[in-house]
Design a protein around this ligand. Structure first.
Ligand code: ADP
Length: 936
C-alpha cells in the first residue's frame, strides 16, 4: 500500500524533492512551491452573480468619509480578488494602487506616483500605471516573469458628465491555464488547465483514503478548444498528471485544507504545480454544455450519459472555472475525448524525468529542453504538429492497430520521398489554424485575420489531400481510404470569394500569427486626392448589391470632390492651392488653403463667390475656406465609408458564424494534417538516423538487434565519436531478467535507458534505432535510475530510492518493463546488497516483468540466488567491457557480453576524475587490506 510506504519522514524527502529538484521546471511549478501561488478564487464573481463586481469610483467627490471612495473601491476589489495583482482601467491607462503599486512598479519598470483622490486628501494613495495598449506587455511580465495571477478590471462605458461615476468590472483573471492568445505562449506544446474531481473522503479523512479510489480528470486547452476527460485512481494520479503536464490545476475549494497539510502521499507532488482552489458547487448556471460543446441537446444527453460522475464533475469544474476567469468569452470546445488508464503506456513523473523525454535537469540544476528525446526526434513542420508529437511522446499507445496505422504512414512517406517532400513543403504554409478557429470562437483578436488564416489552412489542407490521394502508390490506397481525409473546399473558396483580392494576395500578413490587426497601408501624401480614397476595404466590392452600391456612391463622391477642387484650381490659377496639410487619415478638417498675393486672394474670393461664413481664416497672404459644397461632399464620403464599414462588419460576422458551424470539421482537418506532419517527420527521422520498423508480437518480449540511444549518439557524433550498438533479448522463460554489471562509465545506464526509449519510440508509432526490433507491447515503464545529471544529489537518500523501488515492486505487471540501476547503493554494504537481492528476487518471482538490472553486486547476487534456492533459469548475466586498463588509463568499450564483471574499475575512474595521487594510493592500500582480511 502506498499509504503505509510513506510516513512522516517521507514528507521531508518530498518537500526537498519538490523544492529543489524541480526548481525552475516551469514558472508555474516554481510558483506552486510558494504559498501565494495556491489561491482561492471563489470570490471572483461573474455577470450572473448578484454581487457582480461592478463598483463605483467616485474619485474627486468631496463627500466626507472615513476612507476616500477610490481607496474603498480598491479595498473591495482586493477583498474580492485575493492573491491577484489588480490592473484597474482608468481612462486610457491601467493602474496599480497602494502596496501593489509599490511592490510591482519597480519590477515592471514603472514610476510610482501619489494620487490624491480628494481636494483635502493629505495622504493620497500610491499609484503606477501604463497605457492601455501596453496591457499585454505588462500582463506577460506579471504572469510569465513574476509568476503572479492578474485580475484585469475594465471600465464599462463612458464616465458620465457631472456625476463622476465610473463603472468597472473584472473582465478577466489571467492565470497560466487560462491564457488564450498571449504571444509569449509556446505553441509547440499544449497549455492545459486540469481539474481534479477528488474523492470526497479525502477532504474528511485525508490520509486514510483508499489508493484505489477513483479520481476524475478533465483537462482543456483553451486556446485550441481541445477537451479531455479520464477517470483514474488515487495511486495513479500523479503519473497521469505528469503525462498531461498541465500549466495549472484546479481543485474544489473543499480540499483546500488538504493541500495546506499535504497529508496524503498521493498528492504530495501537487506542490510542483500551480494549483488553484475553485468554489465549485455543481452549479451549472455558469456554463451551458450545449453551447460549450456546440452540440444538439438530444445528443448531448446521450453523450453525457456515457460519462462517469467523476468525469462529469471534473469537466464542469473546468467550464465553471473558465466562466469565472474569463466572464466575457464563451469558448467552444470539442466534446471531451475520453482517455482510459489502460490506453496509454504509464510512466510516473520520475521515469519521465530520468528518461529525459521532453526536458532534462542540467548539472547546474536548470531545466533544459535541448538534448532530450523530443528535441532529438522533432522534425515536424508545424507548431500544431509539434504539439501532437509531444502528446504522443507523453502518452505512448498500447493499441497495436493504431500503431500499425502510424507505422504504415511512416513507411509510406519513407518509401515515397517525393510525396513526403511535397506534403511537408505544403505543410509549411498551413499555419496554426486550429488556434485561429478557437480565437474566432472566443471572439479574441481580429476576426478577419483569423478567417483568412483558416481559409489559408483549409485550402492548403485540400492541396495536401489531393497530393496524398493522387500520389499514393496502389499498395497504400487502402490505408489512405481508411484515413478518410476531410476537406472543406467550399468553405475555403467562400472565404476567398468574399475577402478582397488585395488581402488575399498579401499572404505575408497572415502568416504572422502574432499580429492581430490588419493594418491599412498608410496613405502617401498627395494633396489632390482624398487620403480616404486609398483606404483598403476588406470585402470584395461586388459581394452584395448593397456593398456594391455603397462603393459606387463613394467613388462618385470622390469624383465630385476632385471636380470641386479642379474647378477652384482653374479659376484661381495665379494662387497656390492645397488641401490643408492638417488633413490626416480619417481625420478630415475639410479646408482648402489658398496662398498668394493679397490682391489675388481678393480676386479669388470674388471669382469663386465665397461667402463670408465659408471663410475660416483670412491673413494678408493666405486664405482658408470651407465651402458648403466641399463640406457636403465630405460628409457624404464619411457616411458612405461608415456604411461600407458596417456592411463589411455584418458580412464578416455572418461568415464567422458560418465558419463556427463547421468548427468540429475544421479541427478534425487540423488533426489529420498534424497526423501527416508527425508521421512524415518520423519518416525523415527514420531515413536520417537509420531506424527500423518495429514488429509487435503478443508475447512479452523485447528483442533488439544493434540498438542505440539516439540522444547519446547525437552527442557523440558532435564530438566525432561513434556509438557502440548493443543487442537486447528480454522475455520468455529463459531471459526475462538481465543482470548487467561492469565498470563505472561502462555504458550500463545508457543501455538501460536506450531500451526504454526504444519501447517509447515504438509505441508512439516511430521507427526505432536498431537493425531489428520485435517486441510485445509494454503497459508500464518503471525506472529506478537517477537522471544523467546530479539529480541524484538531492534524491539519493535511501528513502527516495526505496519509495521508487517499492513503486516498481508493487505495480509492475508481466507486461511491464523495469529498468533498475544500482539498487542498494544508498546504504551500507551488506544491507544494500540485501535490499538489491530482495528487489531482484521479487521482480523475478512475483512481478515477472521484463527487467534490466544494473548492479555492482553481480557476483554476490548470483551467489545469493543459489544459496536461497531460487530458480535462476530466467536470469541472464551481461557485462560491459573494458578495452584497455593500465596504470593511468581506462577505456570502456561499451559492448555488452555475457558474464559478470568482477571489477568496477572505481580507482581507475577516480584517477581519470583527478583524484589526488595520495588518495589513490590510500585506496589501493585499502583494497589490499580488505583482500587480506577476506583471506584472498
Ligand atoms: P555507467 O552507467 O556504466 O556508469 P553510462 O551509461 O553513464 O555508464 O555511460 C557513460 C558514458 O559512456 C556516456 O555518457 C556515454 O558518453 C558513453 N557511452 C555509454 N554507452 C555508450 C555506447 N554504447 N557507445 C558509446 N559510448 C557510450
Amino acid at each position: 500500500m502506498i499509504r503505509s510506504r510513506v510516513s512522516t519522514g517521507t514528507a521531508e524527502v518530498w518537500r526537498r524533492f519538490s523544492t529543489s529538484v524541480f526548481v525552475q521546471r516551469r514558472f508555474v511549478q516554481i510558483a506552486a512551491t510558494r504559498h501565494r501561488a495556491v489561491s482561492v478564487i471563489d470570490s471572483v464573481v461573474t455577470p450572473e452573480n448578484t454581487s457582480f463586481p461592478t463598483w463605483e469610483d467616485r474619485g474627486g467627490s468631496t463627500k466626507t468619509n472615513s476612507m476616500p471612495p477610490l481607496q474603498k473601491s480598491i479595498q473591495k476589489l482586493r477583498e474580492d480578488n485575493p492573491n491577484c495583482v489588480l490592473l484597474i482601467q482608468v481612462g486610457s491607462f491601467y493602474e496599480l494602487y497602494g502596496d501593489q503599486a509599490q511592490e510591482y512598479a519597480p519590477k515592471l519598470g514603472l514610476k510610482v506616483a501619489l494620487k490624491r483622490t480628494r481636494m483635502n486628501d493629505s495622504d493620497g494613495i500610491s499609484m503606477a500605471g501604463f497605457p492601455i495598449y501596453q496591457l499585454e506587455k505588462y500582463v506577460t511580465m506579471l504572469v510569465h516573469e513574476n509568476e503572479e495571477t492578474v485580475a484585469i478590471i475594465d471600465q464599462i462605458g463612458e464616465k458620465k458628465l457631472g456625476d463622476s461615476l465610473v463603472l468597472r468590472r473584472v473582465s478577466r483573471i489571467v492565470t497560466p491555464g487560462t491564457l488564450i492568445d498571449e504571444t509569449f505562449l509556446n505553441y509547440n506544446k499544449n497549455n492545459y488547465l486540469l481539474a481534479l474531481a477528488l474523492p470526497k473522503q479525502l477532504a474528511v479523512s485525508g490520509e486514510h483514503a483508499d489508493p484505489d479510489t477513483t479520481v476524475g480528470l478533465a483537462w482543456a486547452d483553451l486556446s485550441l478548444g481541445e477537451f479531455n476527460i479520464q477517470e483514474t485512481t488515487l495511486k495513479d494520479l500523479m503519473s497521469d498528471i505528469a503525462r498531461i503536464s498541465p500549466s495549472e490545476i484546479v481543485i474544489s475549494k473543499e480540499f483546500q485544507q488538504l493541500h495546506e497539510v499535504m497529508s496524503h502521499d498521493s498528492l504530495q507532488e501537487l506542490r510542483r504545480y500551480f494549483v488553484r482552489y475553485h468554489n465549485y458547487q455543481g452549479d451549472s448556471s455558469l456554463f451551458n454544455l450545449a453551447t460549450n460543446f456546440k452540440i444538439e441537446k438530444s445528443s448531448l444527453k446521450r453523450r453525457m450519459g456515457s460519462l462517469t460522475l467523476k468525469q462529469t464533475t471534473a469537466m464542469k469544474m473546468v467550464l465553471s472555472y473558465i466562466a469565472v476567469n474569463l466572464p466575457e468569452c464563451n469558448p467552444v470546445f470539442d466534446f471531451p475525448k475520453t482517455h482510459w488508464n489502460n490506453q496509454a503506456l504509464q510512466m510516473d513523473p520520475r521515469t519521465r524525468e530520468a528518461l529525459e523525454l521532453s526536458s532534462r535537469t542540467t548539472a547546474d540544476g536548470k531545466i533544459s529542453q535541448t538534448a532530450t528525446l523530443l528535441s532529438t526526434i522533432r522534425k515536424t513542420r508545424t507548431q500544431s504538429g509539434s504539439r501532437m508529437l509531444l502528446q504522443w511522446i507523453s502518452a505512448p499507445l498500447l493499441d497495436i492497430e493504431e500503431l500499425t496505422k502510424r507505422q504504415d504512414f511512416v513507411e509510406l512517406f519513407q518509401k515515397n520521398n517525393i510525396l513526403s517532400l511535397k506534403i511537408r513543403t505544403q505543410l509549411d504554409s498551413t499555419g496554426d489554424f486550429a488556434r485561429s478557429v478557437q480565437q474566432l470562437s472566443l471572439g479574441s483578436g481580429d476576426s478577419l485575420n483569423h478567417i483568412m488564416l483558416i481559409g489559408e489552412g483549409l485550402s492548403q489542407g485540400s492541396i495536401i489531400r489531393d497530393i496524398l490521394y493522387d500520389g499514393v502508390p496502389e499498395k497504400y490506397s487502402e490505408l489512405i481510404k481508411t484515413f478518410d481525409m476531410k476537406s472543406l473546399d467550399g468553405m475555403a473558396n467562400k472565404i476567398f470569394s468574399i475577402v478582397d483580392e488585395r488581402l488575399r494576395n498579401d499572404r505575408d500578413k497572415f502568416t504572422d500569427q502574432s499580429s492581430n490587426d490588419i493594418q491599412t497601408p498608410a496613405p502617401k501624401k498627395d494633396d489632390q486626392k482624398d487620403t480616404r480614397e486609398r483606404r483598403s476595404f476588406f470585402i470584395q466590392k461586388n459581394h452584395t448589391e448593397e456593398l456594391m452600391e455603397a462603393h459606387d456612391s463613394l467613388a462618385q463622391c470622390f469624383k465630385e470632390r476632385r471636380e470641386i477642387f479642379n474647378d477652384f484650381a482653374t479659376k484661381t490659377s495665379d494662387l497656390q492651392l492645397d488641401i490643408s496639410k492638417k488633413e490626416e487619415y480619417l481625420k478630415h478638417t475639410d479646408i482648402i488653403h489658398f496662398s498668394g498675393t493679397a490682391a489675388n486672394i481678393d480676386a479669388a474670393i470674388e471669382a469663386l463667390s465665397i461667402q463670408p461664413h465659408e471663410i475660416q481664416e483670412r491673413r494678408p497672404r493666405t486664405l482658408v475656406v470651407k465651402t458648403s459644397a466641399w463640406m457636403q461632399v465630405h460628409s457624404r464620403i464619411d457616411s458612405y465609408i461608415s456604411r461600407i464599414d458596417s456592411l463589411e462588419r455584418e458580412i464578416i460576422s455572418r461568415l464567422r458564424l458560418e465558419i463556427l458551424e463547421e468548427i468540429q470539421t475544421i479541427r478534425e482537418i487540423g488533426r489529420q494534417l498534424d497526423f501527416l506532419d508527425v508521421t512524415a517527420s518520423f519518416a525523415v527521422l527514420a531515413s536520417e538516423k537509420n531506424l527500423v520498423r518495429p514488429i509487435f508480437t503478443r508475447r512479452n518480449t523485447l528483442e533488439v538487434k544493434q540498438g542505440r540511444h539516439l540522444v547519446v549518439e547525437n552527442g557523440l557524433e558532435s564530438s566525432g565519436d561513434l556509438f557502440t550498438p548493443n543487442d537486447t533479448k528480454l522475455g520468455g522463460k529463459t531471459n526475462r531478467l538481465w543482470v548487467i554489471s561492469g565498470p563505472n562509465m561502462g555504458g550500463k545506464s545508457t543501455f538501460l535507458r536506450q531500451n526504454a526509449i526504444i519501447v517509447i519510440l515504438a509505441q508512439i508509432g516511430s521507427f526505432v534505432p536498431a537493425t531489428h526490433c520485435k517486441m510485445g507491447i509494454v503497459d508500464r515503464i518503471f525506472t529506478r535510475i537517477g537522471a544523467s545529471d546530479d539529480i541524484s544529489r538531492d534524491l539519493s537518500t535511501f528513502m527516495v530510492e526505496m519509495v521508487e523501488t517499492s513503486g516498481i515492486l508493487e505495480n509492475a505487471t508481466t507486461k511491464s518493463l523495469a529498468i533498475v540501476d544500482e539498487i542498494g547503493r544508498g546504504t551500507s554494504g551488506d544491507e544494500g546488497l540485501a535490499i538489491a537481492y530482495a528487489s531482484l528476487e521479487q521482480l523475478l518471482s512475483v512481478n515477472k516483468c521484463r527487467t534490466l538490472f544494473a548492479t555492482h553486486y553481480g557476483i554476490e547476487l548470483d551467489r545469493l540466488l543459489t544459496e536461497d534456492g531460487k530458480d535462476k533459469s530466467a536470469v541472464e548475466y551481461f557485462q560491459t567491457g573494458v578495452l584497455e586498463s593500465s596504470e593511468n588509463r581506462f577505456i570502456a568499450d561499451h559492448k555488452l557480453r555475457p558474464g559478470i564483471s568482477e571489477r568496477s574499475y572505481a580507482i581507475e575512474v577516480a584517477k581519470m576524475a583527478g583524484f589526488p595521487s595520495r588518495a589513490i594510493k590510500s585506496a589501493e592500500r585499502a583494497i589490499g587490506l580488505i583482500k587480506k582480511r577476506n583471506g584472498l
